[in-house]
Write a protein that binds this ligand. Structure first.
Ligand code: PLP
Length: 389
């Protein structure tokens, strides 16, 4: 074979993309082995039949050709309206680029914000694709450590110690910690971004999964709409992970420039998927609340089940995960997760997939019914007991 470029090899150096347990779980499932898969934030409900009917109607009605490259105007308008209603920031269709999921929006945002070789900061723990996404876009990832005692909120001292960068990428509500950034944290981030003439890339794909407190976007802070790119998605809010539909919201000129990235990668998003997304947004906030509700209930049930064990969850305010502290075990989190899968047939993500600050933790996705989750928690606690020093 001819040689693969350094750029593609650098995305997941050593072949480790942090998703090893997820891939192992998938392989077991494909081989017909029954496991409780708590690795990935994919709902256990399927996309609502009414949304699928809208997709089907659109496809049969002819929306099977190339669709408008920035997104169909009606969808850009609906996204702008949703963003404006939820955040109070004036938003027009020209501020919106429709993308193939939040992941493509992240990639475009980094491409637009950073020159090749420039640094992009993000707090640790972080969503597992961030380092590879930054590298894929030609920039250099640099983590900003956070502390459990500070609720995993990025702090001024760590942000300033990180030095010069083109952008800071944040995610609130946070995957994996569930932290919701406070007004103080966002004010600090905004000050640091202004002082360093940086972009803020705000990944808000969990904005409907708020269990306590309120979601704030940095784009709503004074003057910040000019330097904030917001990543949105219908994956989590509407149980549409497989439809690959999301967006970037930012200054008009930035969105126009970033559309070049969409043209030269995906060449737009399938028209019938966009029509389904338009229909889904038309279902309004009540629908989004209904999709999020089971995760809130499961979280409560899991926290109650944990009370009966010596394992503790990291306090969290949102998102469909719980981070469990397994430092009482002699095993590090990757070894613990491997043994959990091997012996108990439970798949959960080792915290190490999300950075140094999450070592010694296990992230479980609340994507199974309550009874399965409580049984899994009992098994995780058992394994901690079995592997105490
Ligand atoms: N950002 C975060 C924090 C996520 O957890 C995910 C998916 O799990 C994404 C972005 C990407 O979501 P999608 O590409 O499905 O919109």
């Amino acid at each position: 074979m001819a040689r693969m470029s350094d750029r593609i090899r650098s995305i997941a150096p050593g072949g480790d993309d942090g998703w090893g347990i997820f891939h192992a779980a998938r392989a077991l499932e494909e081989a017909g082995v029954e496991i409780v898969n708590l690795t990935v934030g994919d709902h256990d409900i399927r996309t609502d039949p009414a949304i699928l009917a809208a997709m089907d109607d659109a496809a049969r009605g002819g929306a099977t050709g190339y669709a408008a490259l920035h997104g169909i105007p009606e969808l850009r308008t609906a996204i702008a309206k949703r963003v404006q209603e939820r955040t109070g920031v004036a938003t027009s269709p020209a501020n919106v680029l429709v993308t193939t999921g939040g992941q493509a929006a992240l990639f475009y945002a980094v491409m637009g914000a950073a020159e090749p070789g420039e640094r992009v900061l993000y707090p640790d723990p972080y969503y597992a694709t961030y380092p590879g996404t930054v590298r894929a876009a030609g920039a250099v990832p640099l983590v900003v450590p956070t502390r459990a005692e500070a609720g995993f909120q990025p702090e001024r001292s760590s942000l300033e110690a990180a030095g010069e960068a083109a952008a800071i990428l944040i995610n609130s509500p946070n995957n994996p910690t569930g932290a919701i950034y406070s007004r103080d944290t966002l004010d600090t981030l905004a000050e640091v971004a202004r002082a360093g003439d940086m972009w803020v890339i705000s990944d808000e794909v969990y904005d409907t999964q708020i269990w306590s407190g309120a979601h704030l976007t940095p784009r709503a802070l004074p003057g910040m709409d000019a330097r904030t790119l917001v990543v949105g998605s219908m994956s989590k809010s509407h149980a549409m992970t497989g439809s690959r539909i999301g967006w970037l919201v930012g200054p008009e000129d930035a969105i126009e420039a970033l559309s070049a990235a969409a043209v030269h990668t995906t060449y737009g998003v399938a028209g019938f998927v966009q029509a389904a997304a338009l229909f889904a947004l038309g279902l309004g906030p009540d629908f989004e609340t209904r999709v999020a509700a089971p995760f809130a209930a499961r979280r409560d049930v899991c926290l109650a089940a944990l009370e009966r064990t010596s394992v503790r969850a990291v306090p969290s305010g949102g998102a469909m995960y719980l981070m469990l502290d397994i430092r009482a075990s002699v095993l590090d989190a990757p070894a613990f997760a491997a043994r959990l899968l091997d012996e108990k047939r439970i798949a959960a993500m080792p915290g190490d997939s999300f950075g140094r600050a999450a070592e010694g933790h296990l992230r479980i996705a609340l994507t199974r019914p309550e009874a399965e989750l409580t049984a899994a928690i009992a098994q995780i606690a058992n394994l901690v007991e079995e592997t105490r020093p």
